[in-house]
Design a protein around this ligand. Structure first.
Ligand code: ADP
Ligand code: ZN
Length: 605
């Protein structure tokens, strides 16, 4: 029988080394499974706590645990975090000198290393496997295991060769972990990296601490600025834009308005990219304005928001990109705005694709999923999680539609008038002109085209322009309208219109409201911060000081969760300090006194 609280040894390790009192989700079962020498596949969302699933077994089993990870930056962070906790960890990658490499190998042979982080090409492309064949290996952990999938966006050919580990070290348990859970990827991981009888641990992919909001694009930068100022002032966040130029312009624009921001895209010099990334990781309260080139392996736990100024490519990318917020489990926000142009572009993409029929259908399905997520009037979570084959009951209470239920209206009549206007103007004009005709605008264009003579001229005066735009956007999203194939920005009808025009079906549309001020101006960090901003600032300053002295990012010293607990519990002794989450034996010894002093300084007189 499995004890969901974990074995006594695992619990002791959790408390003493990592400073946590309870396992989360399936951690205890996974740790017991691997500690006993079995193989496991772990599918868990970002922030779910995957690292402990191999770190604790590596500490409990004799020998060194070998962690295969594709990203050097990530490796370095994890190694410094582990060392802070008193774990004997090292990394082997291209940034290490020959002397460091030799020292690491020596430590392995002497049995003085608990965890070794290594890139797959390093492990396979040298004689390292021979060299360690005689030493005891606690386990192999294959992180970011979805990199083995040739269909995924993070494919790494070296991952395909990792199957060799099973052949050469059949007695060493393997654990593969990923936050990508679609069915195909899962099967590929199982086939390529694990034995058939590996246990599969599949967690829910819901991120309960994330709040989703999707709004209409009006003045994108102003909307973004208001969002950051009212809800995330002084906090770290990522803003995704589609174009490289867009990232730079937006970053400049934010800087000019007092929000410290950096740009990141694949066209920047390698060195600039690296400095920007490391500043983002190390400094508090920076906003990174980036293309999708930024993100994989960003392990920063305190990203408080992810904003999209353009629609992501697919719902899956949206999930991955927004998933970078709130890794530490504290509340965080996923905020996105889009408009008619975005929907038009997506529809165009879906018509232009030159891929094979089968591929096209797959693509089509992905675009539909994204559109219906954007346009839904219901809770956003079911639409998002359906993507992972998960059923969510809805009513999450933490998305815009739950917090501020949108109104819908019967738009059948308006839609029919609009469609007939598109038809009568020849199915080659864009939204602007079609709306002009509906509103009966007496411009020279309508006249020269003879459109002022049409029966649909001026039949839409009962709605303002914005409403017609909203109708067009939604009819495009629902597939009643399509971009004209010539690609001049025109609109045409689709077959789906027939029953609507014949009066056989009706359409219900969402009433678009101009974006209101935030539904709540509650800062998403704990209320205590607002209650005692001085102490909070003092604790953060102390953390920054220590981080600079050690040359590590501040969250490697303590996560925000630990600082918040200090505010809340006000420990006055080392014994009390040791009870805080995230304070293990080693950190207690190293930092306990400094923070106790900072807290004492802030005691109200
Ligand atoms: P993942 O790799 O799945 O994204 P991490 O391993 O980085 O997640 O863990 C996410 C966060 O949760 C980290 O801040 C980690 O310290 C914290 N965490 C993990 N397990 C626990 C636990 N049992 N109790 C409290 N916090 C935990
Ligand atoms: Zn909801």
């Amino acid at each position: 029988m499995t004890d969901h609280r974990g074995s006594p040894a695992a619990r002791a390790c959790l408390q003493q080394v990592f400073g946590y009192s309870d396992f989360r989700g399936q951690q205890a079962e996974i740790i017991d499974c691997v500690t006993q020498g079995q193989d496991a596949l772990v599918l868990m969302p970002t922030g779910g706590g995957k690292s402990l699933c191999y770190q604790i077994p590596a500490l409990l089993r004799p020998g060194v645990g070998i962690v295969i990870s594709p990203l050097i930056a990530l490796m370095e962070d994890q190694v410094s975090a582990l060392r802070q906790q008193g774990v004997r960890a090292a990394a082997l990658n291209s940034t290490r000198s020959g002397a460091e490499r030799a020292a690491t190998l020596k430590a392995i042979h002497a049995g003085e290393l608990d965890l070794l982080y290594i890139a797959p090409e390093r492990l396979l492309g040298s004689d390292l496997l021979e060299q360690i064949a005689a030493t005891e290996i606690a386990l192999f952990a294959i992180d970011e295991a979805h990199c083995v999938s040739q269909w995924g966006h993070d494919f790494r050919p070296e991952y395909l060769q990792l199957g060799i580990l099973g052949q050469r070290f059949p007695q060493v348990p393997r654990i593969a972990l990923t936050a990508t859970a679609d069915h195909r990827t899962r099967e590929e991981i199982q086939q390529q990296l694990l034995p058939e009888n590996a246990q599969v641990f599949l967690a829910s992919f819901d991120r309960p601490n994330l709040r989703y909001e999707v709004g209409l694009k009006e003045k994108p930068r102003e909307q973004l600025l208001r969002f950051i100022q009212t809800r995330h002032a002084g906090e770290s966040g990522i803003v995704y834009c589609m174009s490289r130029r867009g990232t730079e312009q937006t970053a400049d624009w934010l800087n000019a308005r007092g929000i410290p921001a950096l740009a990141y895209h694949a066209g920047l010099e390698q060195e600039t990219r690296q400095t920007h990334q490391s500043r983002f990781l190390r400094e508090d309260g920076l906003v990174m304005v980036a293309t999708v080139a930024f993100g994989m392996g960003i392990d920063k736990p305190d990203v408080r928001f992810v904003a999209h100024l353009d629609l992501p490519k697919t719902l899956e990318s949206y999930y991955q990109e927004t998933g970078r917020a709130g890794r530490d489990g504290l509340p965080a926000e996923a905020w996105m705005i889009y408009g008619l142009q975005d929907i038009y572009r997506i529809r165009q993409l879906s018509h232009q694709s030159s891929a094979s029929e089968a591929h096209k259908r797959g693509e089509q399905g992905r675009l539909e999923a994204l559109l219906s997520f954007c346009e839904t009037s219901d809770c956003r979570r079911p639409a998002l999680l359906a993507h992972f084959g998960e059923k969510h009951p809805g009513g999450c209470g933490q998305c815009d539609n739950c917090l501020n239920p949108p109104r819908t209206w019967d738009a059948t009549d308006a839609a029919r008038r609009l469609l007939s206007c598109v038809y009568r103007t020849g199915q080659r004009f864009g939204a602007g002109h079609v709306i002009d005709v509906l509103l009966g605008s007496e411009g020279p264009r309508a006249k020269s085209l003879g459109h002022d003579q049409l029966s649909t001229f001026g039949i839409g005066r009962d709605h303002p322009r914005a409403t017609w735009q909203s109708i067009i956007r939604q009819l495009l999203a629902k597939g009643f309208l399509a971009p004209d194939p010539a690609g001049h920005g025109g609109l045409r009808l689709t077959d789906a219109c027939r029953p609507l025009l014949r009066g056989e079906i009706s359409v219900e549309l969402r009433e678009d409201l101009p974006q209101k001020a935030a539904p709540s101006t509650r800062k998403v960090t704990a209320t205590d911060v607002a209650v005692d901003p001085d102490t909070w600032a003092r604790l953060r300053a102390e953390r920054r000081r220590l981080a600079e002295a050690e040359g590590v990012p501040p969250y490697v010293i303590f996560h925000d969760t630990t600082l918040l607990a200090m505010l809340e519990q006000r420990p006055a002794s080392l014994a009390e300090f040791s009870q805080l989450p995230g304070v293990g034996q080693r950190k207690l010894e190293r930092y306990g006194e400094s923070f106790l002093k900072a807290l004492a300084d802030c005691e109200p007189a």
